[in-house]
Design a protein around this ligand. Structure first.
Ligand code: HEM
Ligand SMILES: *[C@@H]1O[C@H](CO)[C@@H](O)[C@H](O)[C@H]1NC(C)=O
Ligand SMILES: *[C@@H]1O[C@H](CO)[C@@H](O)[C@H](O)[C@H]1NC(C)=O
Ligand SMILES: *[C@@H]1O[C@H](CO)[C@@H](O)[C@H](O)[C@H]1NC(C)=O
Ligand SMILES: *[C@@H]1O[C@H](CO)[C@@H](O)[C@H](O)[C@H]1NC(C)=O
Length: 325
């Protein structure tokens, strides 16, 4: 109970701090569209549910879409903008980020029931939360009221999003740069309890790894064997980020790390890299022991990520998520 109370206080202090700033972020509330678009929740739910029934993985894809949106210019739907200078073409997103069509379909329905009311950035945030919920993860009241940005920032996406080859310290710095801390890094990495990754993102661990080891010594040998067979098929082959329950949102991700079964270098590094400035290892241990703690902390870190401040000017409500009005 005390726990819940201190979280509530934190929500309030986040809101209060905002009042002094530019505006947009401060107005995020869970009832933002209750008067103006009460059907919002049902519409987003139906689309996400149908998309996941066709392909379970889409829940994961929508969660990642929100993350990649928020890390560049704040959560402003900038990732959705088409155009060759868009974020879609940045290295971490190209041929990798998915779910744009689901967002388009939701937006089309919303424009017919409550035109020009719901921002694309909010649709992405809500879709991500249902992706988690329908995968068996926690439910949280998504805070809404974001505006859609007017510009994309391709170099911002290239520089601001973490790569799986980076050392943990450098990943932590990228999270710090948007106001998230080491706990958030470990908790949000738990998103890799669902979804897939391509061989291109981890095959460096499978052969010619270093001067002394052909295979990454922090990768379980039998998992390495099966990944080698898979990746003989090429860089576009995909496999589960969570080898023990690919489509279920649970704390198996952390348990895998204890057994050298993290897929990406940046996953396994949370547990296996030499202790640096931050002790991520202890947090991995905590979440592997206590799935309830993971769920609680996950929703809180998602609220924090959804509140990353906008860097640009206050935006608009786009009519079409792919272009500015
Ligand atoms: C900590 C630094 C992180 C790194 C280095 C990282 C890297 C990656 C990479 C390389 C992939 C596979 C991409 C591909 O195969 O094309 C991936 C997938 C994924 N990431 Fe992350 N990620 C990080 C944090 C996060 C966070 C914070 C979230 C969300 C809260 C997230 C959610 C996901 C999901 C759900 C997938 C699977 C997507 C799908 O199947 O479509 N990741 N990540
Ligand atoms: C884009 O992001 C970079 C950081 O990588 C930043 O230096 C630059 O000012 C941003 N540009 C815009 C237009 O926001
Ligand atoms: C990160 O921030 C949260 C509050 O959002 C706090 O509870 C946690 O202790 C912080 N973690 C670290 C490592 O500072
Ligand atoms: C292995 O890596 C070394 C140096 O990193 C490189 O010189 C060599 O060509 C690589 N071998 C193969 C088979 O890729
Ligand atoms: C992987 O897929 C992308 C996009 O479809 C394609 O451009 C690329 O050539 C493929 N790479 C390999 C190694 O098949």
């Amino acid at each position: 109970m005390e726990h819940a109370y201190s979280r509530l206080l934190l929500v309030f202090s986040v809101l209060a701090l905002c009042l002094g700033n530019q505006g947009v972020r401060c107005q995020l509330t869970s009832d933002f569209y209750d008067e103006t678009c009460p059907h919002l929740y049902t519409i987003v739910q139906q689309h996400v549910f149908a998309a996941m029934r066709a392909e379970m993985r889409m829940g994961a894809s929508l969660l990642r879409l929100h993350f990649h949106d928020c890390f560049v210019n704040g959560c402003d739907g900038s990732i959705l903008l088409d155009g060759s200078d868009g974020e879609k073409f940045a290295q971490p997103n190209l041929n990798s980020v998915r779910g744009y069509e689901v967002i388009d379909a939701i937006k089309a329905d919303l424009e017919s029931v409550c035109p020009e009311v719901v921002s694309c950035a909010d649709i992405v945030a809500l879709a991500a939360s249902y992706g988690v919920l329908f995968s068996g993860g926690p439910y949280w009241d998504v805070l809404l009221g974001r505006k859609d940005g007017l510009v994309a920032n391709q170099s911002g996406a290239d520089n601001g999003l973490p790569a799986p080859f980076e050392p943990i310290d450098s990943i932590i710095q990228k999270f710090n740069a948007v106001g998230l801390n080491t706990t958030d890094v470990v908790v949000l990495s738990g998103a890799h309890t669902i979804g897939r990754a391509r061989c291109a993102l981890f095959s460096n661990r499978l052969s010619n790894f270093s001067a002394t080891d052909s295979v990454d010594p922090t990768l379980d040998a039998s998992l390495a064997d099966s990944l080698q067979s898979l990746c003989a098929g090429g860089d576009n082959q995909t496999t589960a980020l969570d080898v023990s329950s690919a489509d279920v949102f649970d704390n198996n991700y952390y348990q895998n790390l204890l057994h050298k079964k993290g897929l990406l270098s940046s996953d396994q590094g949370l547990f296996s890299s030499p202790e640096g400035i931050a002790n991520t290892k202890d947090l991995v241990q905590i979440y592997s022991d206590d799935g309830y703690q993971f769920f609680c902390d996950f929703w809180w870190s998602m609220i924090k990520m959804g509140n990353i401040p906008l860097t640009g000017p206050e935006g608009e409500i786009r009519k079409n998520c792919r272009v500015v009005n």
